[in-house]
Design a protein around this ligand. Structure first.
Ligand SMILES: Nc1ncnc2c1ncn2[C@@H]1O[C@H](COP(=O)(O)OP(=O)(O)OP(=O)(O)O)[C@@H](O)[C@H]1O
Ligand SMILES: [Mg+2]
Length: 268
């Protein structure tokens, strides 16, 4: 992919200190005593039952939600709003319907650096669009894209800003299996080449294991970290990783952790 070289310093590091969150005006306790330390350049996943607080946690990390208790720190400073160098992809692709794919992808550049900068970044945007398999749809409007295509366009819009940290909320949920595998490989290669820190929310156990250094299994509401699974598989990972003798073992450990957090024994 034709992305610029990695930034020389990537020390982005998140620390989540005893975070709990109850939505104001409700008694919905979405998170309870969550403490996590995310090292720079690492790839971590949150996995857990629907409604356990994964998006709430990610929104707190993105500075879009102030937790009712505890602290979220990035590089030692409290997150007070959307932090510099952090790219976010929401669970629902939020493309502007009146802008084409390429115009949506270049929107953050326009907002950050002004309309003049857009021309300089158009080739990069086209290259990213091609990487995710959307070549030919540069000038299509969101209404002409499928759900999975819109998700991929939203990924491009996040990558164009070259973030040091990627916060991804179920980015590939609407993709078919093969496209998803391809996107997983691309995501890994972007993360490795830029030494980016990636925080992924996913419902797929194999995807979490395949991509992550650390998988955080969460329990049903109020969301807590029920188990931390360190995935020690060699990188870069590829299709052979799926046949690595330890792969199934890690998948089994995450599955068991989810079953215990769920109070059932038939999968999540
Ligand atoms: N703005 C809000 N106001 C009140 N309650 C909310 C709000 N947003 C989320 N919740 C509640 O908080 C809990 C956690 O929601 P959250 O969206 O974080 O779950 P999730 O783990 O991302 O689920 P999913 O896997 O379905 O996306 C849920 O019970 C949800 O109903
Ligand atoms: Mg969610």
């Amino acid at each position: 992919m034709n992305l610029p070289p990695p930034t020389a310093h990537n020390s982005a590091r998140y620390r989540i200190e005893d975070v709990s969150h109850t939505f104001p005006g409700t008694d919905i306790e979405a998170l309870k005593n969550v403490s996590i330390d995310i090292k720079p350049g690492s790839f971590v996943s949150f996995i857990g039952p629907s409604g356990c607080g994964k998006s709430t946690l990610l929104n707190a990390m993105a500075g879009l939600l102030e937790p009712s208790d505890g602290k979220v720190l990035i590089n030692g400073s409290p997150v007070g709003g959307p932090p510099e160098g952090v790219g976010i992809m929401f669970q629902k692709a939020t493309l502007l319907p009146w802008r084409t794919t390429i115009e949506n992808v270049l929107l953050p550049i326009e907002l950050r650096d002004g309309a003049k900068a857009v021309k300089d970044r158009t080739d990069t945007a086209l290259s990213i669009i091609e990487t995710v398999g959307l070549k030919g749809f540069e000038n299509a409007y969101p209404g002409e894209l499928s759900g999975g295509m819109a998700q991929r366009a939203a990924i491009c819009r996040m990558l164009i800003t070259e973030p040091d940290v990627l916060l991804l909320d179920e980015p590939f949920g609407a993709l078919d299996e093969l496209t998803r595998e391809r996107m997983d490989m691309e995501l890994q290669s972007i993360a490795l080449s830029r030494n980016a820190t990636v925080v992924l929310v996913t419902h797929s156990i194999p995807e979490a294991v395949f991509l992550s250094d650390t998988v955080y299994a969460m329990s049903a509401r109020p969301g807590r970290i029920s188990e931390v699974i360190e995935v020690d598989l060699p990188r870069p990972r590829d299709m052979d990783t799926l046949n690595h003798p330890d792969f199934a073992n890690y998948v089994g450990r995450v599955r068991n952790a989810l079953n215990e957090g769920h109070g059932v024994n038939n999968g999540s």
